[in-house]
Design a protein around this ligand. Structure first.
Ligand SMILES: *[C@@H]1O[C@H](CO)[C@@H](O)[C@H](O)[C@H]1NC(C)=O
Ligand SMILES: *[C@@H]1O[C@H](CO)[C@@H](O)[C@H](O)[C@H]1NC(C)=O
Ligand SMILES: *[C@@H]1O[C@H](CO)[C@@H](O)[C@H](O)[C@H]1NC(C)=O
Ligand SMILES: *[C@@H]1O[C@H](CO)[C@@H](O)[C@H](O)[C@H]1NC(C)=O
Ligand SMILES: *[C@@H]1O[C@H](CO)[C@@H](O)[C@H](O)[C@H]1NC(C)=O
Length: 560
């Protein structure tokens, strides 16, 4: 899950050669004016796009380094400093294992000292901060709560920021065991959802400081993809996050993904038992004294081993209960949506041949049924076989597509649309509006070597949202057009709480029509109703019948 690829890199077939193309705009060491934060003065750098100067403040510490006595604890404010701090380079990414989906190690710097954020703003907005404040877009990155970093995939704010004059903030939060380990009641001093607490802490930082950069603290839109989108759905239901943002954009994912408390606690003790702490009486103290590497080495082979759970102040109850009982702030406007073929990229974990990214092997009806049995329990399997396959056929391409659809529905598509529907259903007349999209245009240059069957896979939205096609020559004219439109939609929504016209079509919210706007330049202005209705109809039966053994994200061996 998440933005799985460093999208400046082209990954060639199964040869581990990375071609990293450098698209950094030309900049000398032009420095910005000094900004006097309450914690101390900082100075960023200036870059340029289309003759517009863009200020970049990179690697601002929003919390104290979470090491030693602060490991596995809530974030705290950084110690103040007096010398001007140069914020011209990204802070290190949080500690993370190798991403098993493509088996690519992250080559940038990582550190346990990783709680940094980045700000991008045009010079004119920065200059004019005492007169006029602009909307803020606060990005939460994906990566299955296990990998990733704030500046991954978002093109250093260019061209989104100069073209639409918004203030973009990206940030790191603690990942995997460092951000989500939870021992339950046996170690109450380690709270759940520490990664969410980091996000909340950064949001508070933005609320208090962003006006100094020209950003409007009363017009913050949180947006994110995959695990970032899941995080956003949690903040929508979270009492302490209330009031820190006005709008939210959820790209592929919500809290309706697996978040089994018992599995999290068991996994946490399993990791503990693997470390030299296993015989120790004091869990917290011993864990805080371990070498970080020992924790990292204990992570195991699951893609999502440590993730959020219900309980604690951010997500006090099960999400379904919070939504059903209307226990949430209903004033926030939402834009949410999915990719047409979300799960295709993860299915090689089920079978590396049948769902090979490059040249998949044929599937028979019997095999397809076996694959379906991996996700639905035995009580419901006849129902879902009929629902997804219909009459028996050995048409391999059809079966693969239908399996992909079932996996996508379960993991991303239905969780997103159903969350949006439930959120909208409980809004009073003064509540926010919910707008849905359905992205079906596969980017030409983003992993172009993938086989056709992969379609518009998970994370395909990210290059369009940040405008990568405008600065990377490998994209097509259609990709450039769609990217321009999507940047316009995202920033217009952030500024106004509703999307602009799409061609001749007015985008109706879920409150008026249960359909999603198709984002594809060839189908401009058309809407999708079938997939949304399918989810609303099937979800109440589907969700409880997911197999207990369902472990899509366990990778046994390198995939490529
Ligand atoms: C920041 O503080 C320095 C030193 O006190 C001062 O010279 C400067 O004018 C301040 N800058 C702003 C923008 O307030
Ligand atoms: C911003 O302010 C600086 C310093 O006063 C000035 O040199 C620059 O031209 C201004 N830029 C814009 C776009 O207004
Ligand atoms: C600065 O803000 C004022 C007040 O909103 C506005 O009239 C002016 O055009 C802005 N200037 C720039 C350079 O954005
Ligand atoms: C961890 O080790 C303890 C003590 O040996 C044992 O009781 C417990 O079951 C183990 N837990 C897990 C999840 O392996
Ligand atoms: C599918 O293939 C199997 C094995 O070859 C065969 O037994 C079955 O009749 C075929 N089904 C259809 C609908 O062609």
């Amino acid at each position: 899950m998440g933005n799985l690829y460093h999208n400046k890199c082209l990954f060639k077939m199964n040869i581990l050669i990375l071609f990293c193309l450098i698209f950094s705009p030309v900049h000398g060491l032009n420095l910005t004016p000094i900004v006097n934060l309450t914690s101390g003065p900082i100075q960023g750098k200036v870059t340029e796009y289309a003759s517009i100067d863009v200020y970049q403040f990179l690697g601002i510490p929003y919390a104290k380094s979470p090491v030693g006595k602060l490991r596995l604890q809530l974030p705290v404010k950084p110690d103040p400093w007096t010398e001007v701090k140069s914020v011209t380079d990204f802070g290190p990414a949080c500690l993370q294992p190798m991403n098993p989906v493509l088996n690519i190690p992250y080559t940038g710097k990582t550190s346990e000292d990783c709680l940094y954020l980045n700000i991008y703003v045009t010079e004119s907005t920065f200059n004019n901060s005492s007169e006029r404040l602009r909307p803020v877009l606060f990005w939460i990155h994906g990566g299955a709560f296990t990998f990733g970093y704030g500046n991954e995939g978002n093109t250093e704010g260019i061209p989104m920021v100069p073209l639409h004059d918004v203030v973009l903030v990206t940030m790191n939060y603690r990942l995997n065991a460092f951000g989500f380990i939870y021992f339950g009641a046996n170690e109450p001093r380690i709270p759940p959802n520490i990664g969410f607490q980091d996000q909340l802490f950064a949001l508070k930082w933005v609320h208090e400081n962003i006006h100094m950069f020209g950003g409007d603290p009363n017009s913050v839109t949180i947006f994110g993809e995959s695990a970032g989108s899941v995080s956003i759905s949690a903040h929508l239901l979270s009492p302490p996050s209330k009031g820190l943002f006005k709008r939210a954009i959820l790209e592929s994912g919500t809290v309706y993904i697996d978040h089994d408390l018992d599995a999290l606690i068991t996994g946490s003790w399993e990791l503990y038992n693997k470390t030299s702490c296993s015989k120790s009486e004091d869990v917290l103290e011993c864990m805080q004294n371990l070498k970080a590497k020992e924790i990292l080495n204990g992570l195991g082979d699951k893609l999502v081993a440590f993730s959020f759970t219900a309980g604690g102040d951010i997500l006090p109850y099960e999400p379904s209960k919070i939504l059903a009982e209307g226990l949430y702030d209903n004033s926030v406007d939402l834009l949410l949506g999915v990719e047409k073929n979300e799960a295709s990229m993860f299915m090689n974990a089920i079978d590396p041949m049948a769902f090979n990214h490059f040249s998949p092997m044929p599937i028979s009806y019997r095999e397809a049924t076996n694959f379906l049995e991996r996700i639905f329990d035995s009580k419901s399997i006849d129902y879902f076989r009929e629902l997804y396959f219909g009459p028996e056929t050995n048409n391999s391409d059809y079966l693969r597509t239908q399996l992909e659809r079932a996996y996508s529905d379960l993991l991303f598509v239905c969780p997103t649309f159903v969350f949006g529907h439930q959120y909208a259903s409980n809004l009073g007349t003064n509540g926010g509006k919910v707008y849905a999209y359905y992205h079906t245009q596969r980017p030409k240059a983003y992993l172009p070597f993938f086989n056709e069957w992969m379609g518009t896979f998970h994370s395909s939205d990210i290059p369009y949202v940040f405008g990568l096609p405008l600065i990377n020559p490998d994209y097509s004219q259609k990709d450039i057009s769609l990217s321009r439109e999507m940047m316009k939609i995202w920033t217009h929504f952030a500024e106004n709480g509703e999307p602009p016209m799409v061609g001749e079509t007015k985008w109706k919210p879920f409150q008026e029509k249960m359909s999603a706007m198709i984002l594809n330049i060839d189908d401009w202005g058309k809407t999708e109703t079938g997939r949304v209705e399918f989810c609303l109809k099937q979800w109440d039966y589907l969700y409880p019948h997911v197999s207990k053994k369902f472990q899509l994200f366990r990778y046994q061996s390198p995939i490529l």
